[in-house]
Design a protein around this ligand. Structure first.
Ligand SMILES: [Zn+2]
Ligand SMILES: [Zn+2]
Length: 154
């Protein structure tokens, strides 16, 4: 592969590959989002799991995720907007296009991300959380869940 699937028009080896091998960390939520798209494109589910919020990772079922990834033929990605939200969150609005045997479609999504230490993680809104608003947030920030990642989950 030469051109990276993430839409940046860079060589894969100098774009998302160093993220996929953990040689480098994405510096922004948008970069993480793009690297997750190219990882889905390559059907590399391990990277998808590793870049989901640590407290959510054990809720992901790898065989299910892999089976879904294997059915999807992604074509390209467009990032519509990228907004920082407060100290440690960001939202990325994107459109991910696919073509499954001639059946074309697009996933239009606003995803939320949290920065924990030096790393950005995806907050998966489809996973159950049993936290109540006043409990410490799952991201480990020490803030209450409802004023931290709870704004983007559930
Ligand atoms: Zn890339
Ligand atoms: Zn949080």
């Amino acid at each position: 592969m030469s051109v990276c699937p993430c839409g940046m028009a860079h060589d894969y080896g100098e774009c998302c590959q160093p993220f996929h091998t953990f040689a480098k960390l994405p510096e922004s939520a948008e970069q993480l989002m793009r690297s997750r798209f190219s990882s889905f494109y390559l059907k590399n589910v391990d990277y998808i799991i590793a870049t989901t919020a640590p407290a959510q990772q054990n809720l992901l079922d790898k065989p299910t995720l892999q089976a879904w990834a294997d059915t999807m033929n992604w074509t390209h990605l467009t990032v519509i907007s990228h907004n920082k939200v407060g100290k440690r969150h960001a939202q990325v609005h994107f459109r991910a296009y696919f073509d499954n045997d001639g059946q074309q479609g697009v996933h239009d999504e606003r995803s939320a991300f949290v920065k924990v230490g030096e790393r950005w993680y995806f907050l998966d809104p489809t996973l159950p959380t049993n936290l109540t608003g006043k409990q410490p947030c799952l991201c480990g920030s020490g803030d209450k869940f409802k004023t931290c990642c709870g704004r983007f989950l559930g």
